[in-house]
Design a protein around this ligand. Structure first.
Ligand code: ZN
Ligand code: ZN
Length: 141
C-alpha cells in the first residue's frame, strides 16, 4: 500500500493517507463548480485512514443529492481539502489537487455530468454519471 501525503496551499494543514482510495471521480455538481471554478477531482477514503494536522474551517450545505455535505478547508489560505456527507458515513472525500503527488490516483468516472458547463472537457474514455452516483460502501472491518 502506498502512503500518500498532502496539504493546503499555505502548508498550515497537512495530512497522511494510510489506505487506498475506495473510488476516485470528477464531480461536476454546481457546489463543486463554486469551489473549484470547474469540476473537482476527488478520491474517497475511509475517514479513519486520514490523519490530519493543522486547523480546518468547515461549511455545511444541502447538496443536490439531498445529503448534508460538510466541506473542510484551510481558514488561512482557503484551500479545500476534505468533504463529508450524510450519504456516506465513514468515508471522506479528499481533493486530489491537494496531494503531494496528484498523479498517484486516477479518476475513473465523471459524476453530476448533467450540470457540467458547455465548455467542460470531459474525458470521452470515462463513464459519465449524469447525477448522484451510488454511494460506495466503506470496506468491511
Ligand atoms: Zn492553508
Ligand atoms: Zn460535487
Amino acid at each position: 500500500m502506498t502512503q500518500r501525503t498532502g496539504g493546503c496551499l499555505c502548508g498550515q494543514v497537512r495530512y497522511r493517507l494510510s489506505a487506498e482510495p475506495v473510488v476516485s471521480r470528477l464531480c461536476w455538481c454546481r457546489d463543486c463548480q463554486h469551489i473549484a471554478g470547474n469540476g473537482t477531482a476527488n478520491a474517497i477514503f475511509p475517514t479513519d485512514s486520514i490523519q490530519i494536522t493543522g486547523t480546518t474551517a468547515e461549511f455545511s450545505s444541502r447538496g443536490d443529492s439531498g445529503n448534508l455535505v460538510s466541506r473542510r478547508f484551510c481558514p488561512q489560505c482557503g484551500c479545500h481539502l476534505f468533504a463529508d456527507s450524510t450519504g456516506r458515513v465513514g468515508l471522506t472525500v479528499v481533493r486530489l489537487g491537494t496531494l503531494d503527488e496528484p498523479s498517484s490516483i486516477r479518476p475513473v468516472a465523471n459524476i453530476w455530468s448533467a450540470s457540467a458547463p458547455d465548455w467542460a472537457c470531459l474525458d470521452p474514455g470515462l463513464p459519465r454519471i449524469e447525477h448522484q452516483p451510488q454511494s460506495p460502501q466503506p470496506p468491511a472491518g
